[in-house]
Design a protein around this ligand. Structure first.
Ligand code: NAP
Length: 639
């Protein structure tokens, strides 16, 4: 990634600068220029964007604010170009503090500073890299299961620490979910500047929200540039992993796609299999009897030509919201079956390319991309979390959980009202009755309402009774004939690690111990499973945006800390203490019940069959970073 992040000297004429500024993202440009010029007077109170402005262009800055910000940015860019900026070296902490205070209009908390300084490390620095090395003669080795986004981070860090490892991947290439989900329109819903590794930042993302192809290339490039492809075994599935208590080793049974099963032995296992990798087909009567092609969105059958066909889509979650607008134009008839409407947040640039002027500014303004990343970090995650917290005194009959949450509801409703002004019949069907943040809200640039309003598209909200050879029958007995059925019905998210069999101390299987209710300490370790670590495990998912990459980096930091402890102190294995695990899970459960996603009884993949939120992290990103920075030996029993 190093080639694409260098900032170029600023030598352009005034006209070029003015033109580029038309495309600038101003809430992050002013901080970048303040830092580059040393002129913090650029951060004027009257130019601060509103605190909460989800999806709004320029962070919700008014036209007057934008115009004034462009003018002062223009002067600052000229100062930079003409060499008039103060070259004085200042501690990065001071700059970060001042900028944080301007952006958030609140005093910077000392707790946040180390995280922000780490997040905003200058280009080329990697403060999260391990500072230790296992030594060339180490006999400790690790198996990582999965070469998706998390497995790559684990591989990078193990390589840096000199710990021998192998990555076992069931697919033919890296990328995980970004390799498998090839449905039309697949793209990320967290901006790439944030949905990217801290150690592999790019300034030339072609789109603010990357498409599947671009992200897959990014992960391939990371694996290649970091030199970890040689440690990967592709087309090989891990069938089981069994702990040998005497030897303190893990034995993995591997099933290569084209060979006999074999076993390998390692000292530790890192599972990086993700939460959303086993497609879930709905339990609808007659599903198998359908006479035409039928497939899940994550297993898109590209050999089926949808042009001119009658297509039924079941599900209106994040996947369907992306592929429905893409296929609506090609098909003859499209019947979209919605069980629960999603909250949609209009994001006008969701499917856009990165504007040329913005690209240019990223290249020429030092650290602009870092402040852009920070802006996303703050406004789309910890800045939004308070609006998902339940106020026990708030009365709303299930529609919102607090005044702040209700404010979001009103904002989202206003957006939707404007989009469906001409179709009150549709508006009635698509307006959710549950609180914002009880399910993941979806981003859209208007293509979803546009698709639903087409003459060849029908949104069906009647429940599904059955599937027959000819199509889908609703509960009121109507047959919707179809040539193709596409299931956008999600994943077996709560059945963590399925279908692998993981056997720990005393021969206990993880599925048996969990009994349908997966839990872990920090989402990473489980009592009775020594030296078995999970990435993106139970309760490490986030709802009000945020980036799962951030979590994976925190988890890997923690796992490396554990390995360091084992190697340094000469222990063979570490087992999480049951009391520590249980007390932690109590805190998680208690907090999740006070979040919109835990308090609401709306359907979501965040809850397991017992109704417990097994997926989500209820606290902020800082909390997770703090808790995973360094393992506490007191939390473990050493073998
Ligand atoms: P999902 O959010 O779980 O949506 C599944 C959809 O299928 C829901 O509308 C669900 O209705 C419906 N459904 C399930 N079973 C049904 C049945 N028996 N009858 C009728 N409808 C049924 O799955 P997804 O869309 O694949 O997304 C899963 C997660 O993947 C997302 O939340 C997100 O975290 C991630 N994702 C992200 C992106 C992105 O970054 N842009 C894109 C795709 C996926 P109910 O709501 O009533 O359950």
């Amino acid at each position: 990634m190093t080639t694409s992040q260098a900032t170029k000297p600023l030598t352009a004429d005034d006209e070029t600068i003015r033109k580029a500024l038309e495309d600038a993202f101003l809430p992050a440009l002013l901080p970048a220029l303040a830092q580059a010029t040393g002129d913090f007077a650029l951060l004027r109170d009257d130019l601060r964007p509103p605190a909460v402005a989800p999806g709004m262009l320029q962070g919700g800055m008014s036209a007057e604010q934008q115009s004034a910000a462009r003018d002062i940015a223009f002067d600052a860019l000229k100062t930079l170009r003409d060499g008039g900026a103060s070259a004085a070296e200042r501690p990065i902490e001071d700059d970060v503090r001042r900028i944080f205070e301007w952006m958030t209009a609140s005093p910077a908390s000392d707790d946040y500073m180390p995280l922000l300084v780490e997040e905003l490390a200058p280009t080329g620095q990697d403060p999260r890299a391990p500072t230790w090395h296992a030594g060339d003669d180490t006999e400790f080795s690790v198996a990582i299961i999965g070469a998706g986004m998390s497995g790559i981070v684990a591989g990078v860090r193990l390589k840096q620490a000199g710990v021998p490892f192998v990555i076992i991947e069931k697919n033919a290439d890296v990328g995980g979910t970004w390799l498998e989900n090839t449905y039309p329109g697949a793209r990320v819903d967290v901006q790439s500047a944030f949905y990217s590794y801290s150690f592999a930042q790019k300034i030339d993302w072609p789109n603010p929200f990357s498409t599947q192809e671009v992200l897959l290339d990014y992960f391939r490039e990371c694996a290649d540039e970091e030199g970890i492809r040689e440690q990967m075994r592709f087309n090989t599935e891990v069938v089981s992993a069994t702990f040998d208590e005497d030897a303190c080793t893990w034995s993995l049974r591997l099933r290569p796609a084209d060979g006999a099963e074999e076993a390998i032995e390692v000292q530790a296992v890192i599972s990086a299999v993700g939460q959303l990798n086993r497609p879930k087909l709905p339990d609808i009567a007659g599903r198998e009897t359908f006479n035409g092609p039928a497939f899940h969105s994550a297993q898109w059958d590209h050999s089926v030509d949808l042009a001119g066909k009658r297509v039924a889509v079941i599900g209106t979650g994040a996947s369907a919201a992306q592929f429905v607008p893409e296929i609506a134009e090609q098909v003859a008839e499209l019947s979209v079956f919605q069980r629960t409407p999603a909250w949609f947040l209009p994001v006008p640039n969701y499917r856009d390319e990165t504007p040329a002027g913005l690209q240019w500014l990223f290249r020429h303004v030092p650290h602009y991309m870092h402040w852009y990343r920070f802006w996303l970090f703050w406004t789309s995650t910890d800045g939004l979390l308070p609006a998902a917290i339940v106020d026990e005194n708030w009365q709303s009959e299930g529609a919102s959980v607090s005044a702040a949450n209700d404010q979001l509801r009103q904002l989202f409703t206003t957006f939707l009202q404007a989009q469906y002004e001409d179709r009150p019949d549709l508006f009635e069907k698509i307006l959710p009755t549950y609180p914002v943040a009880a399910k993941r809200f979806l981003l859209d640039n208007g293509s979803w309402p546009e698709a639903l309003k087409r003459d060849n598209v029908e949104l069906i909200t009647e429940g599904i009774k059955e599937i027959t050879a000819d199509g889908v029958v609703t509960e009121d007995g109507r047959l919707i004939e179809a040539d193709v059925i596409i299931f956008g019905t999600g994943f077996h998210a709560s059945q963590f690690l399925m279908p692998m069999k993981i056997v720990g101390r005393n021969g206990i299987a993880l599925t048996e111990q969990w009994d349908g209710d997966a839990r872990a300490y920090l989402g990473i370790t489980v009592p009775n499973f020594p030296n078995f670590f999970m990435l993106y495990g139970p309760n490490t998912n986030i709802v009000v945006n945020g980036s799962i990459i951030y979590f994976s980096e925190c988890e890997v930091q923690y796992v490396l800390g554990c390995l360091r402890m084992l190697l340094k102190d000469g222990h063979r294995a570490m087992d999480c203490r049951q009391d520590v695990h249980d007390a932690y899970n109590e805190r998680i459960d208690e907090a999740n019940l006070k979040r919109a996603w835990g308090a609401s009884d709306v359907n979501s993949w965040y809850k397991n069959d017992r109704g417990r939120v097994a997926q989500n992290w209820p606290f902020n990103l800082l909390d997770y970073w703090q808790q995973t920075r360094k393992p506490d030996p007191a939390d473990y029993v050493f073998l």
